[in-house]
Write a protein that binds this ligand. Structure first.
Ligand SMILES: *Cc1c(COP(=O)(O)O)cnc(C)c1O
Length: 392
């Protein structure tokens, strides 16, 4: 039985008549960029994300870039972020000539360690950019307290976390000054190409972002500032409008799949209920895995994890990955190289030993298939193959 990491065909087949009709509707209208489909999407997602405003943009990467531009981040400025994330988080800052200030991660949530943020703040710090990695909230209470004390805006990289909630129930992307989302096809809400969204509760930022999206132009052919072409295509808006009503049920299916994995891994003796209380690398034994956890936050409540990825940690990661591939099971390493080890950031002169948790995560993380259409026999097969690997 093969189990791909992701199977987008199934989602398309299930919605084919309405998706195809939406594509043709846009073709017939010949409103190709922005327009009513994008406006409808923005209205829907502003409500869904508990934000006053939402702006459809060209990609998640561009959403991050635009958010930084809206805060006038430029050469000489610094932006604090985790070292362990997808490249776009750091790339957006570096493209503006600003400096990514890298911080180590928490071992169980994979997210930025808030205890390490304050010491990195300087007079040049223009923003703090936490990432809600794999669909789970960073520790926003701790981050917002530090940010508010220093009067520094927070940009949430919520690319993997649309609809996800912090432990107190707040929607991710609505807590900081701006939330940035991606509609890349592998995200929980995926378009038929590139697309993204920025949310904010701040009217002035919204208006500025709207100008930035279209070359800083307002009114036509008069430019107050230098923006870019960051517009969202009508086709992507139409596809997303068809898919959105199913998003909550897809989240629920991912969460149910995660629960099933956890139950089966525990039943197979491969993990314990609460996993290791230690850091990454604090594995009880070599023949064990650490399950992803919706870690307890201050209030004692758990984050509402939407499992864009179901990511385990294990000491024998590379051999396990090969065994799974040999048996028709897809998996992926998110992410093998943290920012501080990237060639393009050598100029930061980061000290490798400052990032022991991220280095450990990069060496031990493995993401397993978690997409909504996954069946129980497929999940059982993945667990059985993991068990077979450790028995051998
Ligand atoms: C996907 C992703 C992005 C970039 O989104 P694109 O739409 O692919 O440009 C940024 N940050 C994180 C954490 C992501 O996962």
């Amino acid at each position: 039985m093969t189990v791909p990491l992701l199977d987008l065909q199934q989602q398309y087949r299930a919605l084919k008549p309405t998706l195809d009709a939406a594509l043709i509707r846009v073709a017939e209208s010949q409103v190709c960029i922005l327009g009513p489909e994008v406006e409808q999407l923005e209205k829907t997602l502003a409500v869904y994300c508990d934000s006053k405003y939402a702006l459809g943009v060209s990609s998640g990467t561009d959403a991050l870039l635009m958010a930084l531009m809206a805060l006038d981040v430029r050469a000489g400025d610094e932006v604090i972020m985790p070292t362990y994330s997808f490249f776009a988080t750091a790339g957006a800052v570096a493209r503006l000539g600003a400096t990514p200030v890298l911080v180590d991660s928490e071992p169980l949530t994979f997210n930025i360690n808030p205890a390490l943020i304050e010491s990195r703040i300087t007079s040049r710090t223009k923003a703090i950019m936490p990432v809600h990695l794999f669909g789970q909230a960073a520790d926003m209470d701790a981050i917002m307290t530090i940010a508010d004390n220093h009067n520094i805006p927070v940009i949430e990289d919520a690319a993997q976390a649309i609809g996800s909630q912090y432990s107190d129930g707040r929607k991710l992307g609505s807590i900081g000054a701006m939330g940035c989302f991606s509609f890349y096809p592998t995200k929980n809400l995926g378009a038929f190409g590139d697309g993204g969204l920025i949310t904010t509760n701040d009217e002035a930022l919204y208006i500025k972002l709207k100008h930035i999206r279209n070359h800083g132009m307002e009114p036509r052919y008069y430019h107050k500032l230098v923006g870019g072409n960051f517009r969202l295509d009508a086709l992507q808006g139409a596809v997303l409008n068809v898919k959105f009503p199913h998003l909550e049920s897809w989240h629920a299916a991912r969460r149910a799949n995660a629960e099933l994995y956890t139950k089966k891994f525990i039943a197979a003796g491969l993990a314990t209920e609460n996993g290791s209380s230690e850091a990454c690398g604090g594995f009880d034994a070599d023949n064990t895995i650490l399950l992803p956890q919706a870690v307890f936050q201050h209030s004692g409540a758990k984050n509402h994890h939407i499992y864009n990825q179901y990511t385990i940690q294990t000491p024998k990661r590379d051999a396990l990955r090969k065994h799974l591939a040999d048996n028709g099971i897809g998996s992926e390493i998110y992410y093998p190289v943290p920012f501080h080890r990237q060639e393009c950031f050598a100029y930061l002169n980061a000290r490798d030993e400052d990032f022991s948790v991220a280095n450990c995560l990069a060496a031990h993380s493995l993401s397993l298939p978690i997409y909504p259409e996954l069946t129980e026999p497929q999940i059982a097969n993945v667990v059985e193959q993991v068990a077979a690997f450790f028995r051998a």
